[in-house]
Design a protein around this ligand. Sequence first.
Ligand code: UT7
Length: 323
Amino acid sequence: MQAKITALGTYVPERIVDNHYFESIIDTNDEWIVSRTGIRTRRFASEFEYTTHLCAAAVENLVEENNVVLDDVDFIIVATVTPDQIMPSVASQVQEKLGLRHTGAIDIAAACAGFAYGIILANGLIAAGTHRKVLVFGAETLSKFTNFEDRTSCILFGDGAGVVLVEATPKGNILAGVTGSQGDGGKDLYMSHMRKQINGQDVITDNKIHQNGRAVFKWAVNTVSAQMPLLAGRAGLTLNDIDWFIPHSANLRIIETLCSQSGFPLEKTLESITLFGNTSSASIPLALHRGLREGKVKKGDKLMLIGFGGGLVYAGVVLEWDV
Ligand code: UT7
């Protein structure tokens, strides 16, 4: 059997945070943020909303918008670097919320490449014949791990979640995949998080994301622009055959540079950065959903998804959209 993506759902928290919000807490302005990143707004989860809640809302949206049954899901993968806690996993919490009784459940940490990694793993589980129906989430509550005193990073991040259902079918739609890691760049983008009880309250401490933005920018554009034609080639295609390129939405300037370096038309890219900021593993499904809702992505379109981020890691897939 082969793997096929059969449904997509997303969710973003209600609270919209515009760039002016940051003018009151750090030395910045709307003009700098828009021109350097493309970001106009992002969403922040409420105090009581964690990554598990975002996943549950995204899967609710998947069920609402698609005619699918989830009772026989047999594996859940949640790509996140902002889990509610390290243990139990977000995936197990989602399993409990969905009332699924016969499913495996794991979280994977591949930062902004997590969603593409999740699809590649789901593809492998189905191709191996061990599983038939896998939910793959990319979900983050980055606002809970942001250093709001660091003006170079705090303006970037937002919260959100996306999920796809990957099912076993005779003819799949995942045409190719690629993964890579460059651990010596780990020092350029990292975070640690611990929780402790203070006065009976569960408090997150040391919740800071650290980023050397210029170094990551340079690595991302060089690595991803080199991988784009190679990944298309693995699917037996060239970049000319790709209808929509959906890179991780880290910065609009990264997307523009990827297009100028690879010769790919900018108007054939989908992004979620302008409305939702950098949502790490959620950025690609959010961009894809936006492209579907705007009527851009059509059945039969060839999509190239490439995530990149903390690790440093990257992962990409080519899909033929068939939902
Ligand atoms: O999602 C995972 C992967 N992450 C990425 O791919 C992120 C990659 N990096 C980036 O997106 C960009 O590097 C940033 C958006 C983080 C920063 O943009 P930049 O154009 O690389 O800015 P910079 O760090 O080179 O800083 C340029 C100037 C500096 O001032 P000086 O030294 O030239 O006087 C900064 O201090 O902009 C200043 N600056 C700011 N000014 C106003 C930095 N942050 C801000 C700010 N508001 N928020």
